[in-house]
Design a protein around this ligand. Sequence first.
Ligand SMILES: [Zn+2]
Length: 352
Amino acid sequence: MTSSSNPTKKIKTIRSAFVNQLFNFVHKTGIIRWGRRFSANTLTVINYHRVEELNQPGFDSFLPNISADPTTFAQQMDYVARWFNVVSQKEIVKWLEGKGKLPPHAALITFDDGYLDNYTHAYPILRQHNFPAVIFLTTEHIATDVHFYWDMAAYCFFHTKHDHILFPNGKEQAWSNPTEREQVCKTWIESMKNLPDDEKQIWVNRLPEQIEVTLPLNYFRNLMLNWDQIREMQMAGIEFGGHTMHHPILSRISLQQAQDEIEGSKTRIEKELGEPVLGFAYPNGMSDDLNLQIQNLVKQAGYQVAFTLKNGPSPFHEVRSNPYAIRRIFISHRHTLPRFSVEVCWFNRFRG
Ligand SMILES: [Zn+2]
């Protein structure tokens, strides 16, 4: 761990201040939008997870999963309203079927996992703009108090009296203040993603005991959406997609298990909502987390489109050539509005 007097950290702070100034400059001057007319035939899919207040005292869920606070989310939606034409997933599917056109500078707003704050914080702002959006549901977590392991881990790290932990690679990591502890927690969660799923499950299950934390009963109740809230949003034009049943990384489980996860979430949502589910979002969604076999399983399950978290907007021809690996732009609560405008810029395609 580094201290504030560490020269590497100082250089990083100076560099990030400089980069922020640069983002402010390109945002204010509008330079970022130069060349837009050459990129009109582009689909920009924006990806959120949670929309929640930051800096709540005692917040013990997983902070990196908060994409924006409600105020910033509202500013971002104003920006999207000004510079993009927001489309629904249905419109994209119709266009793929040759039955309609997509507008220039098309954007699709998406949310992963199915947290309650999508309903309490994001939905009212989406309604103000009359924006459609897609929420990808991890169905076994919906309307239950079944927690995601990252929220459970964040709780354990927040409440433990320990100051170090053993990682699956056999090395220990220690912390001496809350910032360092948060960083170790994040690294621990990342290390879980690299394990085969059954091995990950063993580490996850023994974490509370490992750092001596007792999880309060029903603590994670009301963290996720329930089906009534989902149906209410469905009536108002919000669409719902599959995000597996239990959120495994699909390349870390057998193909049979992957098929069950992919089909299971679709069947459940269709049963609850009474209409076909068109889209799927791959858990974690990076290059290592899916492959052609998994894409084929998604196609065979009857989904029409699927979304990764490979960064950047997509030219229309790219979406058409493979609708089962559409890129999305991951939004973090660290993104200021100027940074957001850079992230969703057509030029960002060349960074991804
Ligand atoms: Zn997810």
